[in-house]
Design a binder for this molecule. Structure first.
Ligand SMILES: Nc1ncnc2c1ncn2[C@@H]1O[C@H](COP(=O)(O)OP(=O)(O)OP(=O)(O)O)[C@@H](O)[C@H]1O
Ligand SMILES: [Mg+2]
Length: 226
């Protein structure tokens, strides 16, 4: 579904990604693990077509998106990708349910289908009683769950979520993880960036260090993130 090859990205003289390669298959759940500031968000933003790399390829169903036009990127984003950025960006003038419905508008879903899906997703993330609230009236954890609902509402084949459990209590973490593992079972490919061991135990863990990605394993067996 998605192949990343030899990705490099610097901010000025600071090289954040030096040589990142990996592959995401259908029904696979990958966690990009690593300490704060190591480049997880930088990598996810590039895969989500939110930023461009300096070097390398990101191939989505056979199309290298790195040099693709905005029109092509827009088509791929709408049809295939659900993205929740680490900063919980939402349109502050719209209600929560209107924000969650945005991907469905862009993809041309009917009003009835939009209402059905938004109601279901808001229930699944535990925000049904906040549907008519504005984003500014939500807590950080509620905003995070709302952004995850918006990323999943159109049933994308590729789900990209930066820090899915940030600001969440244990019960809500479980709720989000149950939702993600169900999407995985339904065939979605999922990439998250995380520090959270509760998340990494459900995923294939790739550790980002010194601008490179490596499986979090040793020859003696699987080493678990601390
Ligand atoms: N727009 C930018 N301009 C300059 N430097 C940046 C920019 N964005 C990120 N950086 C730097 O790139 C590095 C990687 O940042 P990134 O946000 O990808 O880290 P992260 O692994 O997601 O961290 P966290 O776990 O805290 O979210 C950091 O050193 C950061 O300061
Ligand atoms: Mg980050």
């Amino acid at each position: 579904m998605l192949t990343v090859r030899n990705l490099a990205k610097s901010y000025g003289r600071v090289k954040v990604l030096s040589d990142v390669s990996f592959h995401l298959n259908k029904g696979e759940f990958i966690a990009i693990f690593g300490s704060s500031g190591v480049g997880k968000t930088t990598l996810l933003n590039i895969v989500a077509m939110y930023d461009r790399p300096d070097e390398g390829e990101v191939v989505f169903d056979g199309i290298n998106i790195v040099n693709a036009s905005e029109d092509i990127l827009e088509r791929i984003r709408v049809a295939k990708v659900g993205f929740a950025h680490q900063s919980t960006y939402m349109i502050e003038l719209l209600t929560l349910s209107e924000n969650v419905a945005l991907p469905l508008f862009l993809a041309g879903f009917s009003k009835g289908e939009r209402e059905k899906r938004v109601t279901q997703l808001l229930e699944e993330v535990g925000l049904e009683d906040k549907a008519k609230n504005k984003p500014s009236q939500l807590s950080l954890g509620q905003r995070k769950r709302a952004c995850i609902a918006r990323a999943l509402v159109a049933d994308p084949r590729c789900i990209l979520i930066d820090e899915p459990t940030a600001n969440l209590d244990a019960a809500n973490k479980q709720r989000i993880l149950a939702l993600l593992t169900r999407k995985q079972a339904e065939g979605a490919g999922i990439i998250v960036a995380t520090h959270d061991p509760m998340v990494t135990k459900h995923a294939k863990v790739l550790e980002l260090t010194d601008g490179r990605l490596a499986p979090l394993e040793t020859t003696g067996g699987t080493r678990r993130p601390r």
